[in-house]
Ligand binder design. Structure first.
Ligand code: PEP
Length: 250
């Protein structure tokens, strides 16, 4: 039985004050539930304050990226030690916005993910196809390739600790959600890929999220799907009642 994981990606939204307020509003709305890990991912400047604000609640905190080196001349980057020092537990890696606007590659995603795991952070490793790829009918092959690259050189012990987020790019921030069947199909392909790369027992332990315009109205149907173990939520994670309803899925 895999524990669900519902994560909110705040992207470049929320100042420290707004982030603290969001946690204050959210905490009383999310039920204590041993079946789900709830995570919010603020910007770097708000991370420490949000970790503090979330103390004593069942909300965990993640960053939106991390570098693979421990320190050095990497302007604009942040290390695993820096995140761990302030109590961050998760980190989003390879989000399509990083890939599209900031040149993030499969190789970088792999290096960042391995560094996160080595440091004891949980990487939320993102993958997903463009509309062109979906229309060309090559989604499964494309996502398989992204997963193989992202998990390259990892051990099975590492992989079971990672979270994979399947996020079709055409569904991110567009209001177009993949159908429950489309989400399930690709999440199943991801699990098959992990089984082939490692083994079935390992694949059965990995938590796979769907992301792309997830809303309070769509979460329950998504969570019925056997290979969908949670959601990575952008827009709807910025409103406490909406994110709470998603985290309290039925
Ligand atoms: C995301 O940013 O990962 C995302 C899925 O965004 P949205 O929910 O707004 O589509």
């Amino acid at each position: 039985m895999r524990k669900a994981v519902i994560a909110g990606n705040w992207k470049m939204n929320n100042t420290i004050a707004a982030g603290k307020q969001l946690i204050k509003d959210l905490a009383p709305l999310v039920k204590e539930n041993s079946k789900v890990d709830i995570v919010v991912c603020p910007t770097y400047t708000a991370l420490a304050a949000v970790v503090e604000a979330a103390k004593g609640t069942n909300i965990h905190v993640g960053a939106q990226n991390v570098h693979w080196e421990k320190s050095g001349a990497f302007t604009g980057e942040i290390s695993t030690d820096m995140l761990k020092e302030i109590g961050v537990e998760y980190v989003v890696i390879g989000h399509s916005e990083r890939r599209e606007y900031f040149g993030e590659t499969d190789e970088g995603v792999n290096k960042r993910s391995r560094a996160a795991l080595a440091a004891g952070l949980v990487p939320i490793i993102c993958c997903g196809e463009t509309l062109e790829i979906r229309e060309a009918g090559t989604t499964n092959t494309f996502v398989k390739g992204q997963i193989e690259a992202a998990l390259n050189q990892m051990t099975a012990d590492d992989v079971v600790k990672a979270v994979i987020a399947y996020e079709p790019i055409w569904a991110i921030g567009t209001g177009k959600t993949a159908t429950f069947e489309q989400a399930e199909e690709v999440c199943a392909v991801i699990r098959e890929t992990i089984a082939a790369q490692f083994d079935q027992t390992t694949a059965d332990k990995v938590r796979i999220q769907y992301g792309g315009s997830v809303k309070p109205t769509t979460i329950d149907g998504l969570m019925q799907k056997p290979n969908v173990d949670g959601a990575l939520v952008g827009g709807a994670s910025l409103k406490a009642p909406d994110f709470a309803r998603i985290a309290n899925f039925n």
